[in-house]
Design a protein around this ligand. Structure first.
Ligand code: ADP
Ligand code: MG
Length: 344
């Protein structure tokens, strides 16, 4: 018998590791927009401008007026598993920022041409760093305002298979608009701008009333049918709007749920919504709602999913019944045949 040659086990080079990791978080241009927008929110920006070309496949640029980064921080920001958001090793269960994995920039930089320009308040000038397919150039001084500009060109230029899975510019733009909508809805205290192929698509100044931001996205029909919801127990707070049953939808896409300022999808909570509307909607119709929930971070594990869309509650049953009871209570005390305008 011939001796079998043993396969060699080797450690993958960092470039490949990042490309593989990118497959988890960066699926399409909209994932880039989501990650960069979250970073700008975490950086404390009060104005964030997004510009896309070719559905984001050619170019995505996100400018913010947040805290910025120093020249020393730029290469670190691009390193994988490097984050400023977990100051101590015990913090994983008390995350209050949108990011914490330190993976996004390393991933994006490994599958695109990424340029970062950034300046902090205490710096006289800014710095620029470039990374192309994971190869990082040394930072160079440059002129720029306080804040950060992230420019991503030619996404997936070095990963042909993923490049082939990109859809038309129109479809990719649609996904970007959805990602933008979720973050702009979750953060009405921030001025957001979205430009598509050099044309303005959205310009959303800061609003006192959440309903105004909802109206900016979904128009008068939805805005006129919003029924304010507000409920507290010692730990779980639910606030926002449900819609009059007359504006129901054929799917659940218009159920916007936010948990501690993060957009989430949760089957169990969607089920609670359906239960609350039982008897008010025809079979197959889904309610429209915009609900912001908050609860102490220790009741949540956001670590479940790499894109953090799904969460795990330490007591899911309690959250479910909180939502169901809140809505039922409102439906019992509100004449649902009477449309209620946005609350002051
Ligand atoms: P995470 O957000 O999980 O920390 P990222 O890869 O998205 O990981 O970002 C890495 C680090 O780069 C962040 O922790 C932050 O310190 C810095 N950073 C990223 N984007 C910005 C920004 N727009 N403004 C200031 N700092 C940023
Ligand atoms: Mg991030």
């Amino acid at each position: 018998a011939t001796a079998k040659t043993l396969p060699t086990i080797r450690q993958l080079p960092p470039n490949l590791i990042n490309q593989i990791a990118a497959g988890e978080v960066i699926e399409r241009p909209a994932s880039v927009v989501k990650e960069l927008l979250e970073n700008s929110v975490d950086a404390g920006a009060t104005r964030i401008e997004v510009s896309i070309v070719g559905g984001g496949t050619e170019m995505i640029r996100i400018s913010d007026n947040g805290c910025g980064m120093t020249a020393d921080q730029l290469p670190l920001a691009l390193a994988s598993h490097a984050t400023s958001k977990l100051p101590t090793d015990e913090d994983l269960f008390h995350v209050s920022t949108l990011g914490f994995r330190g993976e996004a920039l390393a991933s994006i930089g490994s599958v695109s041409q990424l340029t970062i320009r950034s300046r902090t308040d205490s710096d006289d000038a800014g710095n620029e760093i470039q990374v192309r397919g994971g190869v990082i150039e040394p930072p160079q001084p440059c002129g720029c305002p306080v804040g950060t500009v992230m420019e991503v060109r030619n996404l997936f230029f070095n990963t042909p298979v993923r490049h082939r899975f990109l859809k038309t510019a129109q479809t990719e733009k649609g996904h970007i608009v959805e990602a933008f909508t979720r973050i702009a809805l979750a953060n009405s205290h921030i001025h957001f701008v979205l430009n598509n192929n050099d044309k303005p698509l959205y310009d959303l100044p800061v609003t006192e009333r959440w309903s105004e931001r909802i109206a900016a996205f979904f128009g008068g029909e939805i805005a006129d049918s919003l029924i304010p919801i507000n409920s507290d127990d010692s730990q779980i707070h639910v606030q926002g709007y449900v819609c009059d049953p007359s504006v129901s939808r054929g799917n659940s896409r218009m159920q916007y749920l936010f948990l501690n300022s993060r957009h989430i999808r949760d089957r169990s909570l969607q089920h609670a919504l359906g239960e609350a509307y039982r008897g008010l909607l025809m079979v197959g119709r889904h309610p429209v709602c915009f609900l912001r929930m908050s609860m102490p971070p220790e009741l949540i594990d956001v670590n479940v999913h790499p894109t953090k869309l799904e969460v795990r509650f330490t007591d899911g049953g309690r959250v479910y019944s909180r939502l169901l009871q809140t809505l039922r209570h409102h439906f019992l005390t509100t004449d649902m045949t009477q449309r209620v305008g946005p609350a002051p």
